[in-house]
Design a protein around this ligand. Structure first.
Ligand SMILES: Cc1ncc(COP(=O)(O)O)c(C=O)c1O
Length: 403
């Protein structure tokens, strides 16, 4: 992965201006990507893509999705407020998330959001009471947690997680306590960041078949099957991009073979990941017990994903170098060994003062981090849109939030 030549002067401008770590989002690239997805999707109106804004809820990014016709999946009151403030209409919002209180469900209906993924029997019964009191009839998907042979994933895989209820729990649902809801289908999502379309297909085929069975047993018409997200992006040079044409043909065959009326997904990583870059500076370099280390201005306080998944973001030195590459163990500035961005290949002359660019960091970057520990600067967020560089967020110092 390489920084595109047209972005270099803009990155240099931001470095000169702030001399502090920042995220750079290529919204022109994002717009082209979304337009490409939309034109592929036009082939089949019964397959619908939403954007899971937990991946990156920055307003400028939401507006690109809005302008490309995408609806947005929200999972908190903060996300709802941000999405509404960004001009997305309530009918274009879908609500997921395991922790929905009565208060939150009421807020959804007050905001006229009427597609709700219920993740527990309680959520169904509470939403039903609230809907009756509003004389509304929200559309509901029941989130199912299935059993798999084995396997771990960021979304749980076969682990027991808080997402949804198992089949037996849903089959015990008291229908009399769901009369004010229009149950339109099921939602199943347990496998994240998968690059192999064959693997996605086998996961989705099991989901489509088992979900159909659950619908039959519950007496629900199989209108919508929501498969969540899960399409991966390459984080290393050995990995290859997923082609969406292939995904669409799998989704179409699943819809037709199993008889679902509509198939939905809400994409995060695949939608925005490649359009963000995290820039930070090398502060120090040393060799500790035979291992070469780089210590950076920013680490898990800005970009925590490598520490929690063990998978580094791909890195590039932001200058020409003819030196041979070597492996460095790369750390951020926090006083914890968890602040580890991975062991990555860089030119051997990389050292203090150099800037590094971590690619594929448009998803699960800024808002997933642990920004306050040790009171370093928060990163700036800058965007490139229609060829213009804009800086919606300058770096914030600890004095901006510490009391
Ligand atoms: C309910 C739900 N849908 C969609 C997504 C997006 O997943 P991905 O980034 O793999 O596309 C997530 C991510 O956690 C999620 O929780």
């Amino acid at each position: 992965m390489k920084i595109k030549a047209e972005h270099r002067p803009h990155l240099e401008t931001v470095i000169k201006r702030f001399d502090s770590s920042f995220f750079y989002y290529d919204l022109d690239g994002l717009k082209d990507h979304l337009k490409g997805l939309s034109s592929i999707m036009d082939e089949d109106p019964d397959i619908l893509l939403w954007y899971a804004c937990k991946a990156n809820p920055m307003s400028a990014i939401l507006k690109v999705f809005r302008n490309c016709g995408f609806g947005i999946d929200v999972a908190s009151k903060g996300e709802i407020d941000q999405v509404l403030r960004s001009g997305i209409k309530p009918e274009k919002i879908l609500s997921t998330g395991p922790s929905k209180s009565r208060k939150y469900l009421r807020e959804l209906l007050e905001e006229n959001i009427e597609i709700v993924v219920c993740e527990s029997l309680n959520q169904v019964y509470w939403l039903n009471d609230i809907a009756a009191s509003f004389s509304k009839r929200p559309k509901v998907l029941l989130r199912v947690q299935m059993e798999w042979e084995d396997g771990e994933s960021v979304l749980g895989g076969n682990e027991i997680t808080p997402f949804g209820e198992d089949r037996d729990a849903w089959l015990s649902m008291e229908k009399s306590k769901a009369q004010s809801l229009d149950i339109i289908g099921l939602h199943v999502f347990q496998w994240g960041n998968i690059l192999d379309p064959k693997r996605l297909e086998s996961i989705w085929r099991k989901i489509a078949g088992d979900s159909l069975e659950i619908c039959r047993e519950l007496g629900i018409e199989p209108q919508v099957l929501d498969l969540g997200g899960g399409i991966g992006i390459p984080y290393s040079s050995q990995e290859r991009n997923v082609q969406f044409e292939e995904i669409l043909s799998i989704l179409k065959s699943i819809k037709n073979d199993f008889g679902w009326q509509k198939v939905w997904m809400e994409l995060g990583r695949y939608a925005v990941g490649p359009y963000g870059h995290y820039m930070t500076q090398v502060i120090d370099k040393k060799t500790v017990r035979g291992r070469d280390l780089l210590i950076l201005d920013g680490g898990v306080n800005h970009i925590v994903r490598p520490a929690i998944t063990g998978q580094p973001f791909p890195v590039e030195l932001f200058r020409e170098s003819s030196a041979a590459t070597q492996k460095f163990q790369i750390h951020g500035p926090l006083c914890t060994a968890l602040d580890n961005l991975g062991t990555l290949e860089l030119p051997s002359d990389t050292g203090p003062g150099d800037w590094l660019c971590f690619h594929q960091s448009g998803a699960y970057g800024f808002t997933e981090a642990m920004p306050f520990f040790l009171c370093h600067n928060l990163p700036a967020e800058v965007i490139m849109y229609e060829g213009n560089l804009m800086i919606p967020r300058t770096p914030r110092k600890a004095e901006d939030w510490l009391v």
